[in-house]
Each structure stands twice: as structure tokens, then as C-alpha cells.
Design a protein around this ligand. Structure first.
Ligand SMILES: Cc1cc2nc3c(=O)[nH]c(=O)nc-3n(C[C@H](O)[C@H](O)[C@H](O)COP(=O)(O)O)c2cc1C
Length: 317
């Protein structure tokens, strides 16, 4: 069968009229670009009949909702006689909102003079709503992830970093210190005779005591470069970059006196109050130093401080 290569104008008109999409034609030579044609698809989409639309600008579909960024894109494209695709909030005859994906093209005559604009309109409400839900779900998921991360990296009792976070931070700070040849200090602080404190005063008092000392250490090492963590039951670890070994010694010294000044009674301790011991290292790490090794050396320094007695300190370089 021969396929006719040209289609008649009647067929063209029928095809446009019966298209599923909304199709509109506006006269570009008249002020306000009034509509001179709307197809049945556009009537179905908007709930208006052609007689209510012809002669008007389609802008009325926006109602009072004219503060939409995509309208500016549309305006600019129309001004430059270019084509564009925008998605706008439009309102049907019954007032209900729908997302209208409008594809606009300009029509020029044989002299190149702009004569008409053609708009093809589609209801994309389902797609936009789905996109919005997806975006919201993504945001919720992101927030949940952040919350999970915080939970996984926070000690629930004291509300500061936990061992996992500390080891991550120590690893990162070690790399930075190795790269920049900076001084890195790792400090381990431990409550003296804490087991006996717990036995005498009970778990709840023990928890309060840990919180008070933890708060104090956190406030004491509040610089951005420091990470303070509850490393083990009654043990806190601190990593800090920069500064000097003397500075760290003074810091630890002050911290010990601040803990004493908390005046938490501890009748099983010769000091009568809760005290801490602190041990640490302060050095410019070698290229092959590992976080594990630094922690071991800081723990060994703490053991040495403990050997000296309650309320002692020992920092090595
Ligand atoms: C052929 C044609 C179809 C259009 N169809 C729509 C439409 O479906 N929805 C809409 O909000 N705006 C449509 N517009 C755009 C508005 O009529 C108007 O040009 C736009 O809001 C920017 O002009 P303004 O600054 O006068 O509001 C169409 C414009 C033309 C020329």
C-alpha cells in the first residue's frame, strides 16, 4: 500500500484537536498574546471551554500564584522568541491546583517575523508530587543518618565522643600531624579508686561522678582541634594537635586541681575526694607511627602516673 507523503490540513487540524495533550496557539502580534486556539485536551486539562478562553492570555491559569521562579524563565524565553519548557502551578476552573508542564515554541512566517506562540500543556502533578515525596524522604533519611552517626559516636552517659569516634579522630589527626610535622598529644585520664567509689556510693552516684568529671574535661579541652572522649568505663582520652608539651602539662595540672575542687566525697580515698590521674605523650609523630602505638604509649604513661599514687600525672615526649 502506498503511504501518502503529504497530509491534508484537515487531518492536521483533527490530529491537533484530538491530541491527549493540551495544545494552545496565541497570536504574537496582538498585545497580551491572546489565545486564538485551544484544543479539547486543554479544555479537559483546565475544565474551561474554548469560548471562555479565546481572546485571553493564558496567564489567568496562574490565579494569584504568580510568584513562581519558572515564570521568569518563561517570560525571558518569550521575550527572546525562544522555546522553553517550564513546570508551573496552575489552577483549573474548579480552583484545584495542578502542575502544568508547558512546552512553548515560537512560530515565524516565511520572512522570519514572529507571528504565533504554540504551547503544549501536560498535567505532571503525579510526577512532581512523587519527586517532592522522594526529596522529602531523602532529607528525612539524611537527618536519620546524621542522628545514627551521632548516636554511634556518642557516649550515652556523658554525652561526649565515645571510643569509636575517638579512634577515628585520632587516626585523622595523626595523619594531619604526620603531614604537617605538628605536635600531637594523646592524654588518658582515669578516676582514682573508682571501683571502690561505685561500691560505696552506688551506680547512680558513680554515673553522676563520671558525668561531672567528663563535663569538666570537655570544657577544659574545648578547642576545635581537640577531641575528648569517654574511652572506657572510668577512663577519658583526649587528642590535641599543636601547642607544647609544657602547655599540656600545665593543662593537666590545672585539670587535676579542678577535679579536686569539684569536692565529690570519696571516703575510701586518702584524699577524701574524687581525684584523677593523667598520663600522656606529646610528640611530632614519625611517618610510621600508628594510632594504636600512640594510645599504648599514653596508657603506659598513665600506668606510670598511677604507680606514683593518686592524683598524679606523667607526660612523656
Ligand atoms: C501559547 C502560550 C501558552 C501559554 N500557556 C500557559 C499555561 O498553560 N500556563 C501558564 O501559567 N502560562 C502560560 N503561558 C504564559 C502566560 O500567558 C504569560 O506569558 C506568562 O505568565 C508571562 O507573562 P506575564 O509576565 O504577563 O505574566 C502561555 C503563553 C503562551 C504564549
Amino acid at each position: 500500500m502506498d503511504v501518502p507523503l503529504k497530509i491534508s490540513r484537515d487531518l492536521l487540524a483533527l490530529a491537533i484537536d484530538q491530541s491527549r495533550d493540551g495544545i494552545t496557539i496565541a497570536d504574537a502580534r496582538l498585545p497580551g498574546w491572546p489565545l486564538i486556539y485551544v484544543n479539547a485536551g486543554f479544555e479537559r486539562l483546565t475544565g474551561y471551554v474554548a469560548s471562555e478562553l479565546l481572546g485571553k492570555s493564558v496567564r489567568f491559569l496562574q490565579g494569584t500564584d504568580t510568584d513562581q521562579p519558572e515564570i521568569n524563565i518563561l517570560r525571558e524565553a518569550l521575550r527572546k522568541e525562544q522555546s522553553c519548557v517550564v513546570t508551573l502551578r496552575n489552577y483549573r476552573r474548579d480552583g484545584s491546583m495542578f502542575w502544568n508542564e508547558l512546552s512553548l515554541s515560537s512560530v515565524h512566517d516565511t520572512d522570519g517575523t514572529l507571528t504565533h506562540f504554540i504551547g503544549i500543556q501536560n498535567d505532571v502533578t503525579a510526577r512532581v508530587t512523587l519527586d517532592q515525596h522522594l526529596r522529602q524522604s531523602n532529607q528525612d533519611l539524611h537527618a536519620l543518618n546524621q542522628q545514627l552517626y551521632r548516636l554511634a559516636h556518642t557516649d550515652p552517659l556523658v554525652g561526649i565522643s565515645n571510643r569509636l569516634h575517638f579512634e577515628e579522630q585520632l587516626g585523622q589527626m595523626l595523619k594531619t600531624a604526620q603531614r604537617t610535622h605538628s605536635l600531637l598529644s594523646v592524654l588518658v585520664v582515669n578516676l582514682d579508686l573508682f571501683k571502690r567509689f561505685n561500691n560505696r556510693y552506688g551506680r547512680a552516684a558513680g554515673d553522676t561522678c563520671l558525668r561531672m568529671v567528663g563535663d569538666l574535661i570537655t570544657r577544659s579541652f574545648a578547642r576545635g582541634a581537640d577531641c575528648v572522649a569517654r574511652y572506657d568505663n572510668d577512663e577519658f582520652a583526649i587528642v590535641s594537635m599543636g601547642g607544647s608539651i609544657e602547655g599540656l602539662q600545665q593543662h593537666l595540672h590545672k585539670l587535676r586541681s579542678q577535679v579536686r575542687a569539684l569536692n565529690i566525697p570519696h571516703s575510701d580515698s586518702p584524699e577524701g575526694v574524687v581525684t584523677i590521674c593523667g598520663g600522656g605523650i606529646s610528640l611530632i609523630p614519625q611517618r610510621d607511627s600508628t594510632a594504636q602505638e600512640l594510645l599504648q604509649r599514653a596508657s603506659a604513661a598513665l600506668l606510670e602516673a598511677k604507680r606514683l599514687g593518686n592524683d598524679s600525672e606523667n607526660i612523656v615526649s
